[in-house]
Design a protein around this ligand. Structure first.
Ligand code: SF4
Ligand code: SF4
Length: 215
């Protein structure tokens, strides 16, 4: 499982950094390195591009795993260069941004990436979204295929009226999620479940922010 990210357009990064002239850059050695969005190469590329726009880059680092406690040690280790900047640009997923933010209270923390989804690798370098972490899993009744992630509209009850010859109306290259669910339920002798109505999510069951205390 990896946090899949995409770099924001450089123009958006520049706009987010508009009020800051001194920047410290933080990358991530795990998911963002794998996704080629926030590893060493991308951090150095960002540094060069920002310098070309006239920003002073006071320093940079690639934290081995930006979303865990190593971030605190990295923040301490690079304290001087971070202090010299008036913001940190984080090239990690949103979890890494949150983590950095929790250690740099008095400094602005700016994300350089968009976090797209938590992905499962199906072949080297190819990831797909398997779960949207909705908090009320229906896989037991959908033959193990998640309608929230496999259906372009994220429908719990389907198919929608646009399904055509088993294909999705939004993306004709793709099988309709409910065709896949139908086929698998049929193979499993559980086709009656296609008629089962799934009510809208109960947001009282999964209040935000979601918190769990395993202690
Ligand atoms: S229904 Fe889909 S999004 Fe929700 S928990 Fe199950 S796999 Fe994840
Ligand atoms: S055609 Fe199927 S997969 Fe596409 S949006 Fe409609 S229900 Fe979802």
């Amino acid at each position: 499982m990896k946090s899949i990210t995409r770099q924001k357009p450089f123009s958006e990064v520049v706009q987010l950094l508009d009020r800051f002239d001194r920047v410290y850059i933080i990358g991530c050695g795990t998911c963002a390195t794998m996704a080629r969005t926030g590893g060493r190469d991308e951090v150095l590329d960002m540094k060069n591009r920002l310098q070309e726009t006239g920003k002073l880059v006071t320093g940079w680092t690639v934290i081995p795993t930006a979303c865990d406690e190593m971030t605190e040690a990295a923040a301490r280790e690079n304290e001087g260069a971070i202090k010299n900047a008036n913001c940190s640009l984080v090239m990690a997923c949103a979890l890494g941004v949150h983590r950095v933010n929790s250690y740099l209270n008095n400094k602005a923390v700016i994300p350089a990436l968009d976090t797209l989804f938590i992905g499962m690798e199906d072949s080297p370098g190819s990831f797909y979204e398997a779960c949207a972490q909705c908090g009320q899993c229906v896989l037991g009744e959908t033959a193990g295929i998640c309608p929230l992630t496999a259906c372009n509209k994220g429908l719990l009850n389907g198919p929608c009226g646009g399904t055509n010859n088993g294909r999705c109306e939004v993306d004709k290259e793709k099988d309709c999620a409910f065709t896949l669910i139908y086929q698998r339920l049929k193979e499993q002798g559980r086709l009656d479940l296609m008629r089962k109505y799934h009510p809208p999510k109960n947001y009282q069951v999964v209040p935000r922010p979601r918190i769990i205390n395993l202690g």
